[in-house]
Design a protein around this ligand. Structure first.
Ligand code: PHE
Length: 353
């Protein structure tokens, strides 16, 4: 090989070895094989070479071009592999590690409780149903056997919305979704309904907007025994206390008959759940009133069932020892960081059921 070509080869190899990333590598490639590259220049000059030397010179140039193209390509592969290795080791993740103690966002305790309830009732075969926050008077009251001048309407401190005719309300409970579900599907029915509810009430334990979970089961042979078994299982799973005392106390709701308030055992003085001899009311329940079934076109001689409703905030406060209801809606990050839940450890049945 002539001296000038040897120089090109040596210079190219030195420059390639010095190129530490793909950018520098590309500059070397262009400087040699590009339009005005050193080797390209030599190829262009071939035209001026005397005919008797042309053949040999041309062959040497082509060999050099092929061999340089090969080493340039090899260097590129090496640089790409090195870049990938660096990236993989920088981004290495051990998926067996526990989730970080605090990631950028946390799950609000209300959402967490709703998830846990969905997990527990889901394991019992309940589906989730939903309805709108703005209801009409009939679904919120009338169809639930709460007539126009019934005192239950005053109990609920309803927000009425200004509108002609249908008198829309902000639903005072999730029970209107019982009506929607029974009108919308044939029995058997097994649903829970988590959602927002509204009453004109505001203090340390009441908020004008709060959350409830409704439950509804309709089938051919449903009895009070099913209601009791279902709620005892749920409460023990939710609070994680297998021996949690549960008491059913006769009560009244217009849409259930018989109706029962459900209490759990706790210690009023210490706030500890599960023992202590005191009782705390947790939820309302009962067998779905025959009139409510009939209002939804379901024959009460064939179908029967039970319903229940509970406040999400209340059970969340009890389970996690949260003393005041108001900060639930303040969006104070210090509160959320303290009481929030890790999104990478979603509610499962590991601790429950
Ligand atoms: N809707 C009732 C309330 O808000 C609770 C309830 C639901 C009671 C279903 C019985 C059956 O107080």
């Amino acid at each position: 090989m002539s001296d000038d070509l040897q120089t090109i080869q040596a210079d190219t190899e030195t420059a390639l070895a010095a190129a530490s990333d793909l950018r520098a590598w590309d500059a070397v490639r262009v400087a040699v094989l590009g339009k005005n590259g050193t080797l390209t220049q030599k190829l262009k000059e071939l035209a001026a070479v005397p005919p008797e030397q042309k053949r040999e010179r041309g062959a040497a140039l082509n060999r050099l071009k092929d061999s340089l193209a090969a080493v340039i390509e090899a260097r590129r592969t090496a640089l790409e592999e090195a870049a990938l290795d660096a990236r993989l080791s920088a981004e290495r993740m051990d998926v067996t590690l526990p989730p970080p103690p605090r990631s950028t966002g946390l799950i609000h305790p209300i959402s967490r409780t709703a998830e846990e309830m969905a997990a527990i009732f889901g394991a019992m075969g309940f589906a989730i149903a939903e309805g709108p926050d703005v209801e009409d008077d009939w679904r919120n009251f009338g169809a639930l056997n709460i007539p126009a001048h019934h005192s239950a309407r005053e109990d609920m401190d309803t927000f009425y919305l200004a509108a002609e005719g249908r008198r829309p309300v902000l639903r005072t409970h999730t029970s209107p979704v019982q009506i929607r579900t029974m009108l919308g599907q044939e029995p058997p029915i097994r649903v829970i309904v988590p959602g927002r509810t509204y009453r004109a009430d505001h203090d340390a334990t009441h908020s004008p907007m709060f959350h409830q979970v409704e439950g509804l089961v309709i089938d051919r042979d449903i009895t009070l025994g099913h209601l009791k078994g279902c709620l005892i299982d749920f409460l023990r799973a939710f609070f994680g206390i297998t021996t949690l005392p549960v008491r059913f106390r006769a009560s009244y709701f217009p849409f259930t008959e018989p109706s029962m308030e459900v209490d759990i055992g706790w210690n009023r003085r210490t706030g500890e759940l599960g023992s202590g001899g005191d009782w705390l009311e947790i939820l309302g329940s009962g067998m779905v009133h025959a009139k409510v079934l009939a209002n939804c076109g379901i024959d009460p001689r064939v179908w029967q069932g039970f319903a229940f409703g509970m406040g999400i905030e209340r059970v969340t406060m009890l389970k996690h020892g949260i003393p005041d209801l108001r900060p639930f809606y303040d969006s104070d990050l210090r509160w959320l960081r303290h009481y929030g839940f890790n999104p990478l450890a979603p509610a499962t049945l590991h601790e429950g059921v």
